[in-house]
Design a binder for this molecule. Structure first.
Ligand code: GLP
Length: 241
């Protein structure tokens, strides 16, 4: 696990966008694993700017997103499909049919696992972008999710619903369940970058980097992958030894 410290959110976004751009330039038909949340928004802005400048071509790129709320469809402005369309897909020339977000209409884990089969059939994820939840979740893999998990339905913890209520009218509107790539799905990506900013992430980043890998802190399991880079701003890195 390589830790790269940057000054602030802007530098974080620029650095992550540069890595993603490098992947697209060296493999124009790459499969990008994408994330939602506030952490990657600036990165997506930078990628859209590079596209506008003619540096990047997304026309052969495929994408697979990490997760989606169960019960929300893509027309709902709180869905992750909507988020991705607005923050990236509609700003670049990626083909909409080449973008994949788990379906919020999923009814069973067997159905959810089809997502892994599709990723595998497409050749696997070249680069997976991750944020991190306050409790160490990656995607929506909450603490104690089995290491072998594939894409599956999860019951969101109260702390995650509380953290994400800022995007909803009230806590009652936050879905109780989500569908997420599993830990196994994420670990199969060829390379992974996790980004975190702000003081609020400092404690969980410390556990992720300095603690032993354990399922109680899903992000700490990334220590077991051989190509992971963590991009942290000064605040998020402030408790590292
Ligand atoms: C959500 C997403 C995660 C994301 C996390 C942190 O719960 N499911 O994939 O990493 O939020 O979000 P933020 O980047 O806003 O802190």
């Amino acid at each position: 696990m390589k830790v790269i410290k940057v000054k602030n959110y802007e530098e974080l976004s620029r650095t992550a966008a540069t890595i993603i751009a490098g992947t697209i330039l060296s493999k124009p038909d790459c499969i990008l694993g994408l994330a939602t949340g506030s952490s990657p928004v600036g990165t997506y802005d930078q990628l859209a700017a590079m596209y506008e400048e003619g540096i990047l071509d997304f026309s052969h790129v495929k994408s697979v997103n990490l997760d989606e709320y169960v019960g929300l469809d893509g027309s709902n402005d709180q869905s992750y499909r909507y988020f991705m369309n607005k923050n990236l897909f509609e700003k670049v020339d990626i083909r909409m049919e080449a973008t994949h977000v788990p379906s919020g209409a999923v009814k069973s884990d067997e159905e959810a696992e089809q997502y892994d089969a599709e990723i595998k059939a497409a050749g696997g994820i070249d680069l997976q972008l991750l944020g991190i939840g306050n409790n160490g979740h990656i995607g929506f893999n909450e603490p104690l999710t089995p290491f072998t998990s594939m894409t599956h339905i999860v019951k969101l913890t109260d702390s995650t619903r509380e953290a994400n209520k800022r995007f909803f009218a009230s806590i009652d509107d936050v879905p109780t369940h989500a569908v997420t790539m599993g830990i196994h799905t994420v670990m199969q990506a060829k390379s992974i970058i996790l980004m975190a900013f702000g003081e609020g992430k400092a404690e969980i980043i410390k556990k992720t980097v300095d603690g032993r890998p354990e399922i109680a802190v899903p992000a700490s399991l990334l220590q077991l992958h051989d190509d992971v880079e963590l991009y942290l701003d000064e605040a998020a890195a402030s408790k590292l030894s």
